[in-house]
Ligand binder design. Structure first.
Ligand code: SAM
Length: 673
């Protein structure tokens, strides 16, 4: 179908508005994020590429991606505009960036785009053909194992069938040139055995890629084809090889509009022996090439792309490009030393090789902070993420954070990253967790004893001392740890039962009690698994530094029920817990972070609700900091190096103690009736 759009004038070509109006569904300099298409097993594809010289991968670009590209080619064709102008639009660049995972696998992470791209529109007619049989390059472009130094990637934007002029190849394994390792010279485009020729039909949305030594061509179309065959191709090369063409381009960047025009002018001229240009179009192409080609790059060292495009002049806001004088090599130029230095800094960073890993506690409600941290970190390594890339990173982090946090309050996410030269940054986010028992097992292996101090808690000791005869004052110590309280109470004469989750701690208490012949009965288990093995005549139930491990108010409720069940009337339940200060309501993020810091926060209303309806009354409510500091024996304060800060809530809130919105409290409940 021909459309009535007139061909662009020289003025039109430089106008963003012209291009935007021509194909309103596509964008020019819209800052769109880089897509990442699913390409399957990249290594398997590279294996195929080495054997056969080409790959044909279906279903990579979805219809919403390729359809506007196809329509654009149709429009350009209808308007008589050289098809290379399709690369005015961001989406044509992005389509190739979307399969970078495959290209990286084939050419290495520091590959470059070559300034070689083209677009085809073969009408459904007997006259239309693609490129005649040829090899893209006839000099050696392959390692001995056929790993390519350069690659052509071809995207069918409509179905490429034998009737519409699909690609044909002589597969590498059937081409004696690959055995001889000579691809130039007479007869290099002839096929001896015609049966070796392979048609490569490809549906719209596929990608084809071939090494540049393989013999291939576009077939002749037929009037019986269902429609025109439209396609686009781009060439790429390895970063460690001298440029096959210049300027080499950063494959991860969409060049600024001006630069695109220069490159398009160059393409139109490069292929005019096959696609003749009208004299006025040829003049236009020459002008674009001479004025807007990325010129610094052509002087760049082999294997290095030109100066970063973002420091080239951008079109002014009236959407017209600034006049650029044709290059005059002998004329002194105005050089800004600051810009030169900045360009060197960018190059230096792009030559950096970095690798690292950060592991953080998993706090799902703080995902924004993780994203910001990664953004800053990656930027510091020379890789500035786009908004879309950050959004994707956020999704990945959200998933891993949720998984880790749900699994355990001792959980982390690790973000490992590596920058293998260039702007590519690979990262991987993974969730890890340990159970509470495993964590304390690690404490035993890695920390200096005494882990929780040597003295019993002053609050616990004071309550126990109220008993005239310890032998009739039975104690249950839940989460007894290394037995700091349980053993001291047993030494005083109390019969003591212990419930302890961490097997190694349970063993330690047992052997200490045996050695000293103390009356201590140890149950190694989770306190919430049963109450069947517990007595009903405890005078005192102790949980020191254990409630900060609870995750839900339901666990508080279970504790109060246990106390109501197992205490004698008048018996006391004592535990320490972090409570929100009056006027502070912890949000989800604070609670999640607190859990990760052994500091679960509850509010007084939650405490009341958990105890509601049970024969328990609150008998005392004291600041742990004040109480222990005032009552511990001389020299015993603080019990450990971390204790004073932890009980003040400072492991969660990095503030001064008196500004902290939570505090650890000793709560004592008495069983009534
Ligand atoms: C911070 S340590 C305190 C140890 C001891 N109470 C002290 O103050 O020295 C917490 C202890 O509670 C135990 N613990 C945590 N949750 C538990 C549960 N659900 N059942 C039994 N023990 C638990 C842990 O294994 C650990 O030994």
């Amino acid at each position: 179908m021909r459309v009535s759009t007139p061909p662009p004038t020289a003025l039109d070509v430089e106008s963003l508005d012209y291009w935007r109006a021509l194909c309103p569904k596509l964008h020019v300099e819209a800052g769109l994020g880089r897509p990442m298409f699913e390409i399957g097993d990249a290594n398997e594809l590279v294996g195929r590429l080495r054997l056969e010289g080409y790959v044909n991968v279906p279903g990579v670009l979805g219809q919403p991606v390729y359809e506007p590209l196809r329509a654009c080619v149709e429009t350009l064709h209808g308007a008589g505009i050289p098809l290379a102008f399709a690369f005015v639009y961001d989406e044509f660049w992005l389509a190739f960036q979307g399969i970078s995972r495959f290209i990286e696998a084939a050419l290495g992470k520091d590959y470059f785009a070559l300034p070689d791209f083209w677009v085809w529109h073969l009408t459904a007619s007997e006259q239309a053909t693609g490129f005649a049989p040829h090899r893209d390059r006839v000099q050696p472009t392959l390692d001995p194992d056929n790993s390519p130094h350069s690659l052509t990637v071809w995207l069918p934007l409509s179905d490429a069938t034998p009737l519409s002029g699909c690609i044909y190849v002589l597969p590498a394994q059937h081409d004696e040139r690959f055995s001889r390792r000579v691809w130039d010279g007479p007869g290099n485009n002839k096929v001896e055995d015609l049966q070796n020729i392979r048609a490569v039909p490809a549906q719209a949305g596929s990608f084809l890629a071939w090494n540049q030594a393989i013999l291939h061509w576009g077939g002749r179309a037929s009037r019986r084809a269902e429609g025109p065959r439209t396609s686009a191709a781009f060439e790429f090369q390895r970063g460690d090889k001298p440029p096959f063409n210049e300027p080499l381009l950063d494959p991860q960047r969409v060049p600024p509009f001006a630069e695109r025009l220069g490159l398009i002018g160059k393409q139109a001229l490069q292929y005019q022996h096959m696609y003749p240009l009208a004299p006025e179009v040829e003049r236009l192409a020459i002008e674009l090439r001479d004025r807007f080609m990325p010129r610094v790059a052509s002087a760049a060292l082999p294997g290095s792309p030109g100066i970063e495009p973002e420091h080239r002049p951008h079109p002014p806001s009236n959407n017209r490009l600034p006049e650029q004088a044709p290059s005059e090599p002998n004329k002194p130029r105005l050089i800004d030393p600051k810009l030169v230095r900045e360009s060197m800094t960018r190059r230096l960073f792009r030559r950096s090789v970095a690798t690292g890993q950060i592991t953080l506690p998993a706090v799902p409600s703080m995902v924004d902070e993780y994203v910001t941290m990664c953004d800053n970190l990656f930027a510091a390594m020379g890789s500035r993420f786009t908004a879309e890339e950050l959004a994707y990173l956020r999704t990945v982090l959200e998933g891993q954070l949720a998984e880790a946090y749900a699994a355990s309050p001792r959980s982390t996410v690790s973000i490992s990253h590596d920058v293998p030269v260039g702007t590519t940054l690979n990262y991987h986010v993974s969730a890890q967790w340990k159970t509470i028992g495993e964590t304390y097992h690690d404490w035993i292996a890695t920390r200096e004893p005494p882990l929780f101090g040597t003295q019993p808690d002053a609050r616990v000791w004071a309550l126990a001392n109220e008993a005239a005869d310890p032998r009739t004052h039975r104690v249950l110590d839940i989460g007894a740890g290394t037995g700091r309280n349980a053993l001291a109470l047993a030494r005083r004469g109390h019969p003591v039962d212990v419930v302890e989750l961490t097997p190694k701690f349970a063993d330690m208490i047992r052997s200490d009690a045996d050695r000293e012949s103390l009356e201590v009965r140890v149950h190694q288990r989770d306190i919430f698994s049963t109450t069947d093995d517990l007595r009903r005549d405890y005078q005192l139930i102790v949980l020191s530094e254990v409630v900060p491990e609870f995750r839900r108010t339901q666990e508080l409720r279970s504790l109060f029920e246990l106390a109501a069940h197992c205490l004698v009337p008048g018996g006391r339940l004592v535990f320490n817990t972090f409570l929100a200060c009056p006027g502070y309501t912890p949000d989800k993020a604070a609670r999640e972070l607190a859990e990760q810091m052994y500091t679960s926060i509850f509010t007084r209303p939650e405490m009341s609700t958990a105890a509601a309806g049970l024969p328990l009354e609150l008998a005392a409510d004291d600041s742990v900091y004040e109480y222990e500091k005032a009552h511990l024996p001389e020299g015993a304060w603080p019990p450990t190096s971390w204790y004073a800060g932890w009980i003040s809530g400072l492991d969660v809130f990095d503030v001064e103690r008196d500004e902290c919105p939570i505090e650890m409290r000793w709560l004592v409940y008495r069983k009534t009736g």
